[in-house]
Design a binder for this molecule. Sequence first.
Ligand SMILES: [Fe+2]
Length: 124
Amino acid sequence: MSILQDFIKTGDWKGEKHVPVITCADTFKAGEVTDVTLSIGDAISHPNTAEHYIAWFKLFFVAEGSKNVVELGDVHFDSHGEANLFTEPKAVFSVKLPSSGKLVALSYCNLHGLWENVKEVTAE
Ligand SMILES: [Fe+2]
């Protein structure tokens, strides 16, 4: 039994500021580069301060019919006001996907934990 599954929250990003927004084409050509953008706060902004911030994103892919999840990448956001520097939680992953499947994004807020979003994509 997984412990983490009890702590990964989700919701509609339009109403919950912690849910990562997955922006990409709904359909793509298998094996060709396509861009997947992850962001936070597209509808409701999330704080970016030394006390409260989004620390990282991870992006996974689950191919249609597969029982395995594959990590595509991760990105850390390390500046939250120190010396008046800020890294905003937004990143573009350029990926080649072999088939239809599900893009799964995780975000981590230092105060509010893990948040997930899923987007189904279709290979042409
Ligand atoms: Fe938060």
